[in-house]
Design a protein around this ligand. Sequence first.
Ligand code: PEP
Ligand code: MG
Length: 592
Amino acid sequence: MSEAASPPRGAELRLTGIPASPGVVSGRLAVFSREEEIRIHPTPIREEQIEDEMRRLEAALLKTREQIQKIREQLSHSLGEQQTDIFEAHLMVAADSTIAGAVRRQLEMRKVCVESVYQHVIRTYAQSMKEVEDPYLRERAADILDVGRRVVHNLLGRKLADLYALDEPSVILAHDLTPSDTALLNRQLALGFATEAGSVTSHTAIMARSLNIPAVVGLHEVLDQCESGAPVILDGYAGLLVVHPTEQTRYEYGQIEKRRHEVEVSLEALRDTPGATKDGRKIILSANVELPEDLPLIAESGAEGIGLYRTEFLFLNRVHFPGEEEQTNIYRQVVDTSRPHPAIIRTLDLGGDKLPTHLGLDPEQNPFLGWRAIRYCLEKPDVFKVQLRAICRSNPGGKVRVMFPMIATREELSSALAILGEAREELKAAGVPAAEVVEAGAMIEVPSAALIVDHLAPLVQFFSIGTNDLTQYTLAADRTNERVASLYQPTHPAVLSLIRMVVAAARRHDIWVGVCGEMAADVVMTPILVGLGVDEMSMGSVAVPRVKKAVQSLHYGECQKLSSELLSMDSGEQIRQRLQQVAQGAYPELVG
Ligand code: PEP
Ligand code: MG
């Protein structure tokens, strides 16, 4: 926990960041700073104290194992057994007799307190792990340091702030949370989160929206101004963290919440109505899914199927990749939840900000421009084929939809399709029940793909535009970097022109086109996406009722005219303002 000075008691502090996931919560703050390395003074001990020191270490190791077990149990309730096997590796470190043996030898040699010796042994051990060839063993270095930190805290009788084992419902404040961290949050106790870093389209923010918990990101260096336990209100609409809110602020938030709740209730009535404009243009509104726990929300939201299932979350926080059976079962669950509508299962999009901990991959200079998504899969045909086989097996005798992320060249798409073909052939030859019909799609999220879209269209049955990446790659603005957040403009005329090109090509080739980036979830963007003529919009299920209301309040013909007007403008900011104005006029209750 941060040991920074508290703001004066009772003095309200308003910290402004970027709204990342809507909703308002109040609770106690839990502050996490990842760097909790403790400096330990090597206090000398006498020879006869060595056994006592070893007993203290054994007690600390036992406590550590109990804590890890507890976290593992808590998480297995929410995530399922298989997703928590990373903790097995942690338990093994906490029971490692080689480490204990090395500590004893050092204690005998150096005769200083066990905390200091243990910390030294752990660091040396982790360092030697980092240097080995085997990527699996290399990655164990992080586990060793993690467990070591916990043991040292236990030896010192200090409490380690534990993101995964909150004691009470809390609003989390951290410098940053990775998508892997977020996947492990306890849904019952994590009321919302605020981070110093991050942006709206980082995968962490996307997950917060899926989980339906409020989030504020990009708060910039606020950790030192906040202390754990402080009462807070987190406003995910306005992007505010209010520390020590006054009675007046609490009252005002109560009123705002009440009005918002009324709107939410009114939207529930739309659940079984279609996503169609006033003049009858039908747009399929489907759901994005990150974790299997998101699935129950889909039926409630009124989404027509799943437009993007991000499979990579299955591969994070684990020691081994899930096998074909496990993947088949999960994809089957996805397909079944989506019935009678189709589900689009996207192949692995690892890399960028989604790094599996166990691969031991060397950090890249520019991970979003690096070994990501289809680039990784095409170099790992074994991993890729297992996934494709599992996707094909997810709906025996029926239809599945699969799509490939981050396509930049026609060759990549052809190679991916060839491996898909091989997977199908293999299943057929082995008599394994698999889907009869497999529809394949390309994500259009790299400008090069948008520009050669006529060459891609003949190869696939659909396109899905990933506006999160399309925006970052078009404007060369890292989607997770709050310092360039103002440049990251989905409404930039260059991004809109690329979307228009993709829709036009899809029409020429008679295939359908959707948008599955965060633009689809933002009701301010609905008029332009409708006007540009996309056939489908896929978004976190929480956003579906709002976007449906927006679509139903619009007129397709007017949106077409509006999109021509907007595409003749030269400023992303002006286009956004104009869209804000249109949204305010058409559905003020959703944008107020
Ligand atoms: C996108 O880039 O818009 C997209 C939907 O994919 P992801 O956010 O997972 O990169
Ligand atoms: Mg993407």
